[in-house]
Design a protein around this ligand. Structure first.
Ligand SMILES: Nc1ncnc2c1ncn2[C@@H]1O[C@H](COP(=O)(O)OP(=O)(O)OP(=O)(O)O)[C@@H](O)[C@H]1O
Length: 255
């Protein structure tokens, strides 16, 4: 009964595969990729059945499909594989590691330095129905996305946020990225979420906030130009129509 010998490394192996499958499922849940994934799974089951029944002709034809299968999967899931690798790279990257970060502690005073102006600005945007999209980075500094906009690198202030998102301002389109207590850039272009599991009314601004939080560890705030409602996004999930107090609490928890 040697086949029942289970080593510690086998358990680690199984847990690792289960975790990767779970992450993959979370990543493609609600997207068309899930249907493709189910289709591939059904195909594999069918192929295994044909093999077991020893059906020569069908087996030869399907074998040819399976031979190019890996390549086909890479092509079909190109977007998802990219997002998955981006997620791994940004959630668990050590590029931002420094001793400063290691010993830096969030004190209530420090937090309010940049949470307060953001929250107050959102409150104002909500009242005046000014559309806004603000991304706040965590470990990953989102350099690739910062580079799609105008570099600012300025201290966070209500006035600055107001002038960026002012309707006729040149940089009001796109997202502001806040990183390391600075407004790094404005007018940034973010990846749009393909998730089909979202409320019908949400448009591109909200989808962009969802997209960036799906593929990176950042959080994002949206103020709707249409309704003045504030929404908060983290890990690809949105909390819609939240109050200013809720926003402040979420920022303190998540950022
Ligand atoms: N990929 C993107 N990256 C950054 N900003 C984007 C992106 N796509 C759209 N936007 C911003 O969203 C604005 C359009 O928002 P749209 O009306 O489609 O979205 P919405 O979610 O319905 O928001 P609102 O409720 O404010 O209308 C654009 O003018 C632009 O500023």
């Amino acid at each position: 009964m040697t086949f029942l010998d289970i080593r510690l490394i086998d358990i680690i192996d199984i847990v690792l595969v289960a975790y990767l499958m779970y992450r993959l499922y979370k990543l493609i849940k609600g997207t068309v990729a899930l249907n493709i994934f189910i289709g591939i799974f059904a195909f594999i089951v069918f192929w295994l059945m044909i093999k077991a029944l020893n059906m020569q002709l069908s087996s030869t034809i399907l074998d040819n499909f399976v031979n190019v299968g890996v390549l086909a999967i890479i092509i079909v899931f190109q977007q998802e594989i990219r997002r998955f690798l981006l997620l791994l790279g940004s959630r668990y990257n050590l590029a931002g590691f420094s001793f400063d970060n290691l010993f830096a502690m969030k004190t209530p005073g420090m937090m309010s330095i940049y949470i307060k102006p953001v929250v107050r600005s959102c409150e104002e945007f909500a009242k005046t129905k000014t559309g806004a999209l603000i991304v706040i980075t965590r470990k990953s500094e989102l350099i690739d996305f910062v580079q799609t906009g105008e570099l600012i690198n300025a201290v966070i202030s209500r006035q600055l946020l107001k002038s960026i998102f002012f309707k006729n301002a040149p940089m009001h389109d796109g997202a502001v990225i806040i990183s390391q207590s600075k407004i790094k850039a404005a007018g940034c272009i973010l990846p749009v979420s393909q998730n089909m599991d979202v409320p019908k009314h949400i448009g591109l601004r909200h989808r962009a906030a969802m997209g960036i939080t799906e593929s990176t560890d950042a959080t994002a705030i949206v103020v709707s130009e249409e309704t003045g409602r504030i929404s908060f996004f983290s890990e690809g999930k949105g909390k819609y129509n939240i109050s200013v107090e809720e926003l402040e609490k979420l920022l303190e928890e998540k950022v």
